[in-house]
Ligand binder design. Structure first.
Ligand SMILES: [Zn+2]
Length: 316
């Protein structure tokens, strides 16, 4: 009986997934072209895989932007998507979840069903938003019924409002990565509070809801940091070092070698190689039986979150 429900749910989900895939194809048209450090790599991959995502090939802007530069919170003004995302997203979400009864043992969350007892992992992408990569990650995650978490830098969110709206509307999680990506262990109490609060407000101004969790830039913390952040702090236990290697294959290998039920994987949204890695990692994890969930979903099914506490993973 239970199996029948699950099969029916799977069929529903598949239908929804196709709808989502079709609807979100539009995002690919909105990507910019730009300096192309990763262009050759992407083209080789696309040619090899026979991908149909031609427009996606143009997603090479700022591939040469370095991590340190991002850490200084540089403002990016290029490449706003057009503003029709929210509408498409909510229509699709309605289709996906529908009015149907929740299958036995499953929990409705983020526009799809989660099996609390099956393996799950949270993929997290820091330092964005950055629409050319973020939308590609969301396209792929949604195609496979997954949701991911973006730890965003507050001073960037107004440059990518429609990407932020899409994250929110489609059940991805928007986390707080401070306003200016400053290393909080170097700041005083008041500045730490300001860095976290300003990012909370920047996100809430767009979505109406502040981030639930905070990720410390560089993972840097001390007693002053911990004493002045009231939200749960979520770090990671699988580190791809994608910002350093800029090598998709390396990130893929790290994740697939290290991932376990309850892992939190650290990647970055700024790099095309990270997008390449994500679109390989996502189907590979699904194939291995993992559900791709947000940090808050993972915590919900693996013990919960408490304010001012630091988490690295959520194993059973
Ligand atoms: Zn960061």
């Amino acid at each position: 009986m239970r199996k029948t429900w699950k099969m029916r749910a799977a069929a529903l989900l598949l239908t929804a997934v196709c709808t989502v895939g079709a609807s979100f194809a539009a995002y690919a048209d909105d990507v910019p072209s730009g300096p192309a450090s990763d262009m050759e790599l992407i083209q080789r991959r696309e040619q090899a895989s026979g991908s149909q995502n031609e427009a996606g090939d143009a997603q090479t802007a700022a591939g040469s932007e370095n991590h340190a530069g991002a850490a200084e919170g540089q403002q990016t003004t290029e490449n706003q998507e057009t503003g029709n995302n929210g509408q498409t997203a909510s229509e699709t979400q309605g289709t996906e979840q529908g009015d149907s009864q929740v299958p036995d043992g499953m929990v409705a969350s983020g526009g799809r069903y989660i099996d609390p007892n099956a393996p799950m992992v949270a993929l997290t992408f820091d330092d964005g938003p950055y629409a050319p990569v973020g939308n590609r990650i969301m396209d792929c995650a949604e195609q496979y019924g997954g949701r991911v978490t973006f730890y965003v830098v507050g001073n960037r969110v107004n440059s990518y409002k429609s990407e932020i709206q899409r994250m929110y509307a489609n059940g991805h999680e928007i986390g707080n990565h401070t306003q200016d990506h400053k290393y909080l262990q170097k700041l005083g109490a008041q500045e730490i509070r300001q860095q976290v609060e300003a990012c909370n407000q920047a996100v809430a101004a767009i979505t109406g809801e502040a981030p639930k969790t905070v990720r410390l830039p560089g993972g840097g913390k001390n007693s002053t940091v911990l004493a002045n952040i009231s939200q749960p702090i979520v770090l990671w236990n699988v580190d791809t070092l994608d910002w350093k290697t800029r090598n998709a294959a390396s990130s893929v290998q790290t994740v697939l070698n290290q991932v376990k039920d309850g892992s939190v994987v650290l990647m970055h949204e700024l790099y095309n190689a990270s997008g390449d890695a994500a679109v390989t990692i996502i189907p590979a994890l699904v194939e291995r039986g993992y559900q791709l969930v947000t940090v808050s979903e993972l915590a919900q099914f693996r013990g919960g979150l408490a304010g001012g506490t630091v988490y690295y993973s959520f194993h059973k």
